[in-house]
Ligand binder design. Sequence first.
Ligand code: AP5
Ligand code: MG
Length: 223
Amino acid sequence: MNVVVLLGAPGSGKGTQAPILAERLGLPHVATGDLFRAAVRDGSPVGLEARRFMERGQLVPDDITIAMLLKRLTQDDAIDGAILDGFPRNQAQAEALDLALAERGGRVRRAVSIDVPADDLLRRMSGRWVCQDSGHVYNEHSNPPKVPGRCDIDGSPLIQREDDKAETVRARLTLTLGSLREVADHYRGRGVLLSVDGNQPIEAVTRDLMTALEAADAPAEAG
Ligand code: AP5
Ligand code: MG
């Protein structure tokens, strides 16, 4: 199994890079944020519950999140692995994932942290637009769509995320950075953590991520 975890602060570029890696590696892109946003759009019980936390910039409780993610990984397209974006977000989620993969004879092969300075994160999120149907990501400054207001890939309208309001962005950054360190430590301890400089053009970040993944059998960052 080829399970790759993309780690990074809100706005670091996980949702920009994950679909590119997914296509190159022939694996599905599985993003818990996108799954929650789809559930909110559908008005499902998970969506109604998740929305209460997302709109405050807080993590959705582990029981809901872990059940949703593990169910997604049982779908046929994830039989050989997945690119995980936004999961795990804390130690409990990382352990639940390890356990579920071990039951399938697998493990996280590589966790890659995309590192971006905090000031850039705020700026990136205020200019972000996402496609309504599939969550493809754009930025009015650094990564504009070819036709304003329309997704290049599926033509659906571009919208701004509810949690990209300035005050919610600040809460997300404050509330998530501690647990992100916890997850990085988890993978460092297992010898599978690498990091890439996310403060470069999108193509350069992709190149460095591919290099990190191709070095999968080489020793990871030391503890
Ligand atoms: P989620 O959707 O995962 O949001 P996040 O982690 O806050 O990350 P973002 O999606 O904001 O950032 P990103 O790293 O994907 O950046 P992007 O590629 O878009 O989670 C949302 C919420 O759901 C959470 O707050 C929580 O409530 C809940 N949730 C999700 N997972 C959960 C979990 N596991 N447990 C509990 N709750 C969970 O890029 C950002 C912008 O920058 C874009 O405009 C993009 O075009 C631009 N950009 C990208 N790369 C570059 C570059 N290299 N240079 C310049 N601009 C760039
Ligand atoms: Mg994202």
